[in-house]
Design a protein around this ligand. Sequence first.
Ligand code: BGP
Length: 471
Amino acid sequence: MIHQTLKPFPKDFLWGASTSAYQVEGASLEDGKGPSFQDTKKLPPGTADLTVSVDHYHRYKEDIALMAEMGFKAYRFSISWSRVLPDGIGKVNPKGIEFYNNLIDECLKYGIEPIITMFHFDMPAALEEKGSWSNASSSEWFKEFARVLFENYGDRVKYWLTINEQNMMTLVGPLIGTLRVPEATTNLTKEIYQQNHHQLVAQAKAMQLCHEMLPKAKIGPAPNIALAYPNSNRPEDIIAEQNANAIRNWLYLDMAVYGRYNNLVWAYLEAKDATPTFAPGDAEVLKVAKPDFIAFNYYTSFTVEASDGSEQIADKFADQQSAMSEPGYYRSVQNQNLKKTEFGWEIDPVGFRATMRALYDRYQLPLLVTENGIGAYDELTADGKVHDPYRIVYLREHIVQIKEAISDGVEMLGYNPWSAIDLISTHEGIKKRYGFIYVDRDEFDLKTLKRYRKDSFYWYKKVIATNGENL
Ligand code: BGP
């Protein structure tokens, strides 16, 4: 479909950007915060630890002022569970509550809508010891955490996201350091999908509670959704593509929206003797709870071909490419039509439009983009500039595709690329930068931690000021 003219962005479109607590805050054990999984996990070799990150905890006023200067209408950040509840359950940490009160108020001072992620890869260490998401009580822990957040911040926060990239935790979590699997695990698929089930129930309980406590607020899931392409028009590749979309994407949203397990995924789990156990009440809450919108992260599309199941994958979590294959269901392959970033991620703006169209067609709920962006080696010049034309090109090309999707009739709420400010990448350190704001620090040298406006900062400011007309 080629549109002669593209429709404008809605007037109240939420332009902004994203971060997550452990990747920006630092102060990892300050003011009563308990350790989280991110503080206790083994760091990938050669990457920064998270003790200071980019010191957002102490510099949030300066950072929010810079976001306001760019004209942000929204700022998506996450709340560190163990800062608010140091043991994950029980005693509340007043200093933790105060920090997020200040952060929210600082946003509101500039008319910036806070969009809060409730869980972004950082299970409290005290709950890790109790089995983390393996424990069937984890959905209740999460519900009680949600209650604390709604009680304290619900008077000001209208947009809530439940769990960041639950699908990536399930698909590659042990590889990229976002999910822990007990050592004694014998059936890895069963273990991981049981954890996944507990997360689905946790999300449903949080959505239900949100609607009970905060009738005006909106809440939704935030998976990483990337449409799977077949590598060819071979019919077997089409079956592989359907398998991949079901396992990578639809499982999560079919459950969030329709309250049912996707039938292809259920069949896959049955074949692996890995169907999750339902606790009493799970089926009911999964059925009843509903999201108000779908938030999703998009970096690139996903190409697959048929797999006859004969591939030798010694360790499913040895590397991301093989971790993203499912022998017998689909094999992940490179897409020869796409260029890659310096870090080897394929770049596919048109796939972004295809993903938005597919999501809206399937669920008919408004969409909120909560991540999208390019990780790169940025350089601070001697005169304090960062020339990042590649970021401008990447973001521009993706924003154009949102306009295309809006013109296709897709309802879009906002765009919050990754990331507002440089931060520590999930598994590649600070050298892989995403921000509009540069932070002067290296992997192991904290330097000045001073903030600099990148070229993309000035460009994005103009984009927001013209509501996406001047790209
Ligand atoms: C998403 C996460 C973010 C962020 C981003 C970039 O998966 O939600 O936390 O890290 O990806 O990924 P990376 O840091 O691996 O480049």
